[in-house]
Design a protein around this ligand. Structure first.
Ligand code: ADE
Length: 217
């Protein structure tokens, strides 16, 4: 999976993408992020990429640098590829949609990270295939939202998770009927006077399966 990230602040991705599971996925070549700094596509003085919103307060990301950046990526890849835009106005993300996006976004795709009041609507009309929100609240930057979305997506690439079966049976998975997972425990068996549910230490697999089903929420 190769994702072309158009961002005002590509450095915001550095820490997360160099650590943990995502870092290992990148090192293994399973996930390839490529960054494009929007300022580099500006033709204005000092690389300005935003302007005053018409008819309301605030700044909006101008269409010209975005269009130039998108076409630049299309040219590098050699074809038009899907364009994702992270915005609180988008479709709110759920696990079932993550699975669908994973099927649709297996090769190259673009992610645009929004800022300020957002991007000029004409870019959305002409180029954006998927507008995605990570929840009904407003963040200061689309970069955080893009990292959340990509993390949820990249976990589905075979080889990324140490234990691939954990994908099958986890909160919101199809197998658990999109419900929240049962509680989990580890050693010690008694911690601060609280015991692990007896059934989990019984070795009775059928009973454990029943307990799991009864403890979904
Ligand atoms: N940018 C700002 N807030 C956002 C959200 N909730 N989802 C996606 N992108 C965003």
């Amino acid at each position: 999976m190769k994702v072309h990230i158009i961002s005002l602040f590509p450095e915001a991705f550095e820490s997360y993408f160099s650590s943990s599971i995502l870092g290992r996925a990148i090192d293994a070549g399973l996930f390839q992020p490529v960054f494009y700094k929007l300022h580099d596509f500006s033709e204005k003085k000092f690389g300005q990429v935003d302007d005053k919103a018409y008819g309301m307060h605030g700044q909006v990301i101008s269409p010209e640098p975005l269009s130039k950046a998108i076409h630049h990526v299309f040219q590098i890849v050699g074809r038009q590829i899907p364009v994702v835009y992270m915005t609180p106005r988008g479709e709110v993300l759920h696990q079932s949609q993550v699975e669908t996006y994973y099927e649709h976004l297996t090769d190259d795709f673009i992610i645009i990270c929004g800022h300020y009041e957002g991007i000029d609507e004409r870019i959305i009309e002409k180029y954006v295939d998927y507008s995605i929100s990570i929840g009904e609240y407003v963040l200061t930057s689309g970069e955080i939202a893009a990292q959340v979305f990509l993390d949820a997506l990249v976990r589905h690439i075979p080889g990324v998770l140490g234990n691939p079966t954990s994908l099958e049976e986890e909160s919101f998975s199809k197998k658990l009927h999109r419900q929240k997972e049962y509680p989990v425990y580890t050693r010690p068996e008694i911690f601060e006077g609280m015991a692990v549910p007896e059934v989990l230490t019984s070795g009775n697999h059928a009973a454990i399966e029943c307990w799991k089903q009864d403890n979904l929420s």
